[in-house]
Every structure is written in structure tokens, then in C-alpha cells.
Write a protein that binds this ligand. Structure first.
Ligand code: ADP
Length: 324
């Protein structure tokens, strides 16, 4: 297991009466991490905390080995940030904006200009780099923000809604550039987004935030794993008798909040020749047998979710139920 680049312990952030982050424990590993969550989940606040732009109300953490509360400047030197909103000085050309960002990061004049051109080439920006930003399309403005975030060659990149407003071709190009930065140049990245296919396309790790809490933190490989059939059940009352029964049938049982159990095949159980649906049915049949034999009432039984969209919907609705 590689070392975590970001480590947060019980981070709380209160804005007056609103608790935006409510005990966030999180480890972010090298690679591309998708930060997902509905509006108001706390994603932007979490990014601001990581960049040392807001003071936390409680908890502790490190980003690239630097302490959150005390070493914000050192963190910001190593992290490139592409905000969701446009931020440029009116009248500047694209190349000037990127060069300005490079200078702010401490690159000397000639080097700042050289790097800016190099990055804009990488972003596929041609002569339009000499036009003023006000004349740009959304896609061009996104490219400039992207270039400004990476021009000083930071170790870690945070992109807030990087593909919002892009057409499909521009979106794919931008995602490809992020992938190249991660796979070829070894950058680690957080993408905050509500566009699940973007996460599916390029992320290694997925974090779902809801009401200021981390509801899921898994690798995409783990989430996509199709091999193990599993069903999700909710039971009335004590879960122990049926859990014990299912263990004895060589099924894996994972207890979740609110009396929910995820019951799956053992990873080594091949269940010879059956497809996933048939294997799910086999698991479900054992669950019903367990319910009869242990006198347990099953409230609901559904196949465990697989697509990222289904996972997202089920995590978010479960969290909403748990919080209400
Ligand atoms: P997201 O980025 O996931 O949409 P935010 O981090 O922007 O979520 O917001 C989380 C919660 O904190 C929301 O309820 C929002 O209204 C509140 N919030 C965010 N910033 C402020 C602020 N500066 N003052 C007061 N409340 C805020």
C-alpha cells in the first residue's frame, strides 16, 4: 500500500451555525481521486481546508507531509488549484494570465513565459492565446484556468468541476490531459465533480461526501469488481443469528449501518459456470433459507449495486436516511 499523500483526522468546519464538515477522516493515495457529492455536501469546503484557505474548527491532518493548520503556504506552493469559477483580470490575454500565475508561483520572468507557452501547447491552445480572455469560449477559458493551475509544475493538483460547460470533445481532451499528467508525469490529482462518467473514466479512488461526512472511500477497481455476487439485505431486529448462519455457508457478511448486511460469495468461490445474476440468485436463496432457519424477518433484499451511479445514489440516500 503506498503512503497516503493526504491524511485527515476528524476534521470539523463550522460556518457560524452551519457544520460544513462533520468529522472527516480521509486518506488520499497517489493517483487520481474523484471527490463526489450532491450540492452542499462540503466538497468546496474540504478543498479550501486542504489548501489552508479556511481555518478548521477541529481535527488535524497533513497534505504532502505538511500540517494543515500551520503550513498552508508550503502546501499551496506544492498544490495546483483550478477553481470552479472564472478568475482573471479583465483585458489580459490568455498567455498573460498563465504567465501571471507562473510569476505568482515564483518563476522568474523568462522561465514563466517559456513554461506558459509550453503548457498552452500541451492544452492545444493555438494563436488564440494572444486574444483577450473576454473573447474566449467556455472551453478556452477552462483551458486557461487549467494551464494556470499546472504551470508551476506542482506535485499535487486539485481541479474543481474541471469539465463543467465543456462539449463532449473538449471534455474528453481535458480528461485525457489529466490522465497524462497522472500516468506520464506522475502527478496526483483530486477532481471534485458531479459528473459520474468523468470519475468512471479516469479516477483510481472515489470519495463520496454527504452532509459533511465521508460516506464512501474506495478504489474504483474495488467498486467495479464484477466477480463476486452479492446482495444487500435489511433485517428486523438482531442480525447475529442470520449472520452466523451465512458465515457457516461460506458467505462473506459485512455489517453496514441501520441493520443492513451485504452478503457475498467468498472471493475464492467460483460457483462453477454461473453468471453473476445466477450467482446473485444463489446467494439470495441461501439468505432466504437462513431467514427461515433462524426466524429472522427480512425487510428488503436487493442485488448489491455496481454502477457508479447506483453506488452514488444508494450511498447518498442511505446517508440521508441515517441523518434524518
Ligand atoms: P459543495 O461544494 O459540496 O456544494 P460547500 O462546501 O460549498 O458544498 O458547502 C457546504 C455547506 O456549507 C453548505 O450548506 C453551504 O451552504 C455552507 N457554506 C459554504 N460556505 C459557507 C460560508 N462561507 N458561510 C456559511 N456557510 C457556508
Amino acid at each position: 500500500m503506498p503512503e497516503a499523500l493526504i491524511q485527515l483526522n476528524n476534521i470539523v468546519k463550522d460556518y457560524k451555525t452551519m457544520r460544513a464538515l462533520d468529522g472527516v477522516d480521509l486518506e488520499v493515495f497517489p493517483g487520481i481521486t474523484g471527490l463526489l457529492g450532491p450540492n452542499g455536501a462540503g466538497k468546496s469546503t474540504l478543498i479550501k481546508v486542504l489548501l489552508g484557505l479556511v481555518r478548521v474548527s477541529g481535527g488535524s491532518g497533513t497534505v504532502l507531509g505538511h500540517k494543515l493548520a500551520k503550513e498552508g503556504k508550503a502546501i499551496r506552493n506544492k498544490v495546483g488549484y483550478m477553481p470552479e469559477d472564472d478568475c482573471y483580470i479583465a483585458g489580459m490575454s490568455g498567455i498573460q494570465v498563465v504567465q501571471f500565475s507562473a510569476s505568482l508561483a515564483g518563476l522568474p520572468g523568462v522561465e514563466a513565459l517559456r513554461r506558459s507557452h509550453e503548457i498552452l501547447d500541451f492544452c492545444g491552445m493555438q494563436q488564440e492565446r494572444y486574444r483577450t480572455i473576454e473573447t474566449y469560449s467556455t472551453g478556452m477559458r477552462q483551458k486557461i484556468k487549467f494551464a494556470a493551475a499546472i504551470v508551476h509544475d506542482p506535485e499535487f493538483l486539485i481541479f474543481d468541476e474541471p469539465t463543467s460547460g465543456l462539449d463532449p470533445e473538449e471534455r474528453e481532451s481535458l480528461l485525457n490531459r489529466i490522465k497524462i499528467l497522472a500516468s506520464t508525469v506522475g502527478k496526483s490529482v483530486i477532481i471534485s465533480t458531479h459528473i459520474l462518467p468523468d470519475v468512471q473514466a479516469i479516477c483510481d479512488q472515489v470519495v463520496i461526501l454527504q452532509n459533511g461526512k465521508v460516506r464512501l472511500n474506495e478504489t474504483l477497481d474495488e467498486l467495479n469488481r464484477p466477480s463476486e455476487a452479492s446482495v444487500s439485505i435489511r433485517v428486523n431486529g438482531d442480525v447475529t443469528p442470520i449472520s452466523d448462519f451465512l458465515y457457516r455457508q461460506n458467505l462473506q457478511v459485512t455489517a453496514k449501518p441501520n441493520g443492513k448486511l451485504v452478503v457475498g460469495e467468498d472471493a475464492n468461490d467460483s460457483s462453477g459456470g454461473l453468471n453473476t445474476t445466477e450467482r446473485n440468485q444463489r446467494v439470495a436463496a441461501i439468505v432466504w433459507q437462513g431467514a427461515r432457519e433462524t426466524g429472522t424477518t427480512i425487510q428488503s433484499l436487493t442485488p448489491a449495486k455496481n454502477s457508479l451511479e447506483e453506488i452514488f445514489m444508494s450511498v447518498v440516500s442511505e446517508a440521508a436516511n441515517a441523518d434524518s
